[in-house]
Design a protein around this ligand. Structure first.
Ligand SMILES: [Fe+2]
Length: 181
């Protein structure tokens, strides 16, 4: 289930609000300039579907987002719980960081959690199949795919070469509840 959990950034044990209604999640995130949408994600995805097949299945949605956000390229990340490098892949964006462009993810399968550090709050957004999240450029955030990752997400970029994590060096991420643990 999609969920937004809001915490003070200095008190991870104190939940301000927890929301599961998608339209309420979207409204709460819109207040801080973050786009959240529910899409139809019902294209059949064979286990061995390659990237081109997955992108083709959602071509019209991708085209709309590209037009709205000026995104040029798209790709697919697909992880299964038995991926041999799951621990290192999970660790890659598990600490607070920023990017110089938007982080746009559309979940067509599985789940993952984004944590957005905005002003004095942390917004934990657990995304499920059908969720689109657009994290604005320069937003402090981290992402947890969990210890047994299972998701397929379409990513959109202006310039994938420029999509690099700039780590803040803060330890805040380790203080908050992890995804899937
Ligand atoms: Fe990121």
């Amino acid at each position: 289930m999609s969920r937004l959990t809001l915490y003070p950034d200095t008190a991870p044990e104190q939940i301000i609000v927890s929301i599961t209604d998608p339209s309420e999640i979207a409204a709460e995130l819109a207040r801080v300039g973050v786009d959240f949408e529910r899409w139809q994600a019902d294209a059949p995805l064979p286990v061995d579907a390659d990237q081109a097949t997955i992108l083709a299945a959602y071509a019209s949605d991708i085209a709309r987002l590209q037009a709205e956000g000026g995104y040029i390229t798209s790709d697919v990340v697909r992880l299964k719980p038995d991926h041999p490098e799951r621990a290192s892949l999970r660790q890659k964006f598990l600490d607070e960081h920023t990017h110089s462009e938007d982080e746009v993810r559309f979940f067509v399968e599985g789940s993952g959690a984004f944590y957005l550090h905005l002003q004095d709050r942390v917004y934990q957004v657990t995304c499920e199949r059908g969720d689109l999240l657009r994290v604005p450029a320069h937003t402090r955030h981290w992402f947890d795919m969990g210890p047994a990752p299972y998701f397929t997400a379409i990513r959109l970029f202006i310039d994938p070469a420029g999509w690099v994590g700039h780590f803040t060096g803060e330890k805040i991420a380790s203080e908050f509840p992890r995804h899937g643990e």
